[in-house]
Write a protein that binds this ligand. Structure first.
Ligand SMILES: [Zn+2]
Length: 90
């Protein structure tokens, strides 16, 4: 049984609601990215507050585009991209 009153370490108490834990947003500088609806984005973590176990999600907002995916899946995607970028040695 999950305890919804226990906040994850990443939870910003000023943004946390009765329904969801939420991290402080971080800005994403996308000035050099092509084909996006906006040049700035925001990312944050969220997790439902429920008596059962819930999974944290990574949320991205870029202009009118929104992305939400389980944090574990996001980690695997980012690890793969990190490995790819390491080969570029920049
Ligand atoms: Zn919280």
């Amino acid at each position: 049984m999950n305890n919804p009153t226990v906040h994850p370490s990443w939870c910003d108490r000023t943004l946390c609601t009765a329904d969801e834990h939420r991290s402080a947003p971080i800005p994403l500088n996308l000035n050099s990215v092509l084909w996006l609806p906006a040049r700035e984005g925001t990312a944050w973590l969220t997790e439902a507050r429920a008596p059962w176990s819930c999974e944290p999600y990574l949320r991205l907002e870029i202009g009118d585009a929104h992305l939400s995916m389980p944090a574990g899946d996001a980690r695997r995607v980012l690890d793969a991209l990190s490995t790819l970028l390491t080969s570029a040695a920049v």
